[in-house]
Design a protein around this ligand. Structure first.
Ligand code: SF4
Length: 448
């Protein structure tokens, strides 16, 4: 079979939501050129793996997935295997030598090369913003990447080396893509990037994210939910907090990774080293809007982290009371400056600190959750069961990241993606229970 005759493509999207957005763009472009996207490798001619190479465990998992597809190719089912994305940027040269069964390698941005390798020779890349869900994906939550790369240099992170410096997408492309997602049934759009707050900086813009939110809100349906994921604290200011707090479609949800709160640790992480400034962001957010949903990420066991550094982190968490936290133990990554730092923390200490931090956060989360019991909130239904029950989320929960809202008393014949109003009837550290009240008027959002 010549490559030009290969038409059925299976795309495996691994890693983060930014990869999901890239994979949908690859699928959209291939479909535009006549390829048929299929949901399993066994019925495909071509398999493309969109990889993640951020941490060691992801690298191993991704290599295993590629080898599985290579086996299928050996067995004659697949004709071509392509590998694209972060793993190619990080380990492309070594992998190409060690995996001759892979037919093509490309960066995610390099759609032209993917098309050509898949056999669409002569086809011109139009630069359109076409996106296509991967087969089997019925989600009403879609991810929209507004920039790629990162100009920061956190000492534990390999992303700038993998992704390069920050490149913002033109506002009109982002708005058009958001409109396409809305037309395709999106009920919630999550803006993603390595650092949302840096949007437009590479083009000399100040307040680029606020201007982008203005443009998106005026173009999207009034009942669309817009959620911001990944706001680097150094780029969060009062103007942004007020814009998010007063948004029409933008949800009052802030995902601000602090990583640590001890000045020495922050300095060695090569991050803004003033914990008072960090605390100020959370205090200002809560003064503007007490019910702001605040999420953060913390890392324990960074090289040189002392007992008193860790105690400072615990005190900080008690002070800022984040609604949710993602917590991780430091993992030395090849090529990251922190991997070679002296005074590495033992795995035993990392584990025990991680447990302590998470246990504290459970108490903090439960206290925050309890504040919402008795409140009426809009809830988007993600999965609907029988008997009037469904799992959903309010503005306080990001999809696949935070907890859920278990709703009871729903009318039958209700579909996922529908927004309803519910009264919160119970809370645990992660999840809420709620009872259906009404279907809210389009565009109304009851957060306070
Ligand atoms: S902000 Fe820091 S942690 Fe985040 S991608 Fe950039 S360098 Fe990595």
């Amino acid at each position: 079979m010549s490559s030009a005759a290969l038409k059925r493509v299976f795309c495996m999207s691994l890693g983060c939501s930014k990869n999901t957005a890239d994979s949908e763009k690859i699928a959209g472009t291939l479909s535009d050129y006549g390829f048929e996207m299929v949901g399993d490798a066994g019925s495909a001619d071509i398999a493309i793996v969109n990889t993640c190479g951020f941490i060691r465990s992801a690298v191993e998992e991704n290599i295993a997935a590629i080898l599985d597809l290579a086996e299928l190719k050996k067995g004659g089912r697949l004709k071509l295997v392509g590998v694209v994305g972060c793993l190619v940027a990080r380990y492309g040269d070594e992998l190409k030598l060690g995996m001759p069964e892979v037919d093509f390698w490309a960066g995610c941005d390099d759609i032209g090369s993917i098309l050509e390798s898949a056999g669409a020779r002569g086809a011109r890349v139009t630069g359109s913003v076409l996106r296509k869900r991967l087969p089997g994906d019925v989600s009403h939550v879609r991810y929209l990447k507004i920039s790629d790369g990162c100009d920061n240099a956190c000492s534990y992170c390999t992303i700038p080396a993998i992704k390069g410096s920050m490149r913002s997408r033109p506002t009109e492309d982002i708005v058009r893509e958001a409109e396409v997602l809305a037309e395709d049934g999106a009920a919630e759009i999550c803006l993603v990037a390595q650092d949302l707050t840096a949007y437009g900086r590479d083009a000399g813009l100040h307040g680029g994210l606020v201007a982008l939110l203005d443009a998106l809100e005026s173009s999207l349906p009034r009942d669309m939910w817009l959620r911001l994921l990944y706001l680097q604290p150094s780029g969060v200011n009062r103007a942004l907090l007020e814009r998010v707090a007063g948004g029409r479609q933008v949800l009052p949800y802030l995902d601000i990774p602090i990583q640590h709160a001890a000045p020495g640790v922050l300095k060695r992480m090569n991050r803004d080293g003033d914990p008072r400034k960090l605390a100020g962001i959370f205090r200002t957010a809560r003064s503007i809007r007490p019910d702001f949903a605040l999420r953060t990420t913390c890392m324990v066991g960074f090289p040189g982290e002392t007992r008193s550094d860790f105690a400072a982190l615990l005190r900080f968490v008690e002070e800022i009371c984040p609604d949710r936290m993602g917590a991780f133990a430091f993992s030395p990554e090849e090529g990251a400056a922190a991997s070679d730092m002296p005074r590495q923390v033992s795995e035993r200490v990392k584990k025990s600190r991680l447990c302590r931090l998470m246990s504290l956060q459970e108490d903090v989360s439960l206290a925050r959750q309890n504040l919402f019991v008795g409140r009426e909130l809009d809830v988007i239904l993600d999965s609907v069961g029988g008997g009037g029950v469904a799992e959903g989320r309010s503005f306080r929960e990001a999809h696949d990241v935070d907890g859920v809202v278990d709703v009871m008393g729903l009318p039958e014949e209700i579909s996922p993606g529908r927004k309803i109003r519910a009264v919160m009837t119970g809370a645990s550290e992660h999840d809420m229970e709620a009872r259906f009240l009404v279907f809210p008027p389009v565009g109304a959002l009851t957060c306070s």
